[in-house]
Design a protein around this ligand. Sequence first.
Ligand SMILES: [Mg+2]
Length: 204
Amino acid sequence: MLIGLDFDNTIVRYDRLFHRLAVERSLIPASLPATKQSVRDYLRAAGREDDWTELQGIAYGPRIVDAEPWPGVLEFLGRCWDAGVQVAVVSHKTKHPYRGEKHDLHTAAHRFLESHGLYDLGLSRDRVFLELTLAEKLARIGSLRCSAFVDDLPEVLGERLFPAGVQKILFDPSNAQAAPTDGTRVNSWPQCGDMLLAARRMSA
Ligand SMILES: [Mg+2]
């Protein structure tokens, strides 16, 4: 059994990092709620889309190690390891940001996984696939024959090219999305683990 995981906003939580980066640059008032969405909404409403794009290059690049693993994701990997379930990361990620300095976003992603100990929890470097396009991401999920795939974006799970036979799990920690019609929605990593690993015990 192989479980596929998205990377940005599924494994990695950027909320506090975006808030910190924006405050450091005096782009937002410090009193703004510390979420990625509130920072984005504030900058867009202020007509500062370019600043938002540039912040993303920094957050996904040189400052990524200051982001956090979502609560419970490390324990989830530990549970997979204990259960003998393999895990792969499949992300759609450009090599460089759209704007600003030419940071290597792929190297940065590996730095995050390494510095937060995910490579010590049974995730192997050669099971981390950073694909340049969404189509390549979907093809990878299919060629790996993932039993299930966890992603924070309903539009990824709802893609026409999403491979058949892969259980769709929407990671929706803020409880803001509708459940996928042909999949399952979870609000936390413990819930995701209970569902996927308990189902495995029953089928064993
Ligand atoms: Mg994502």
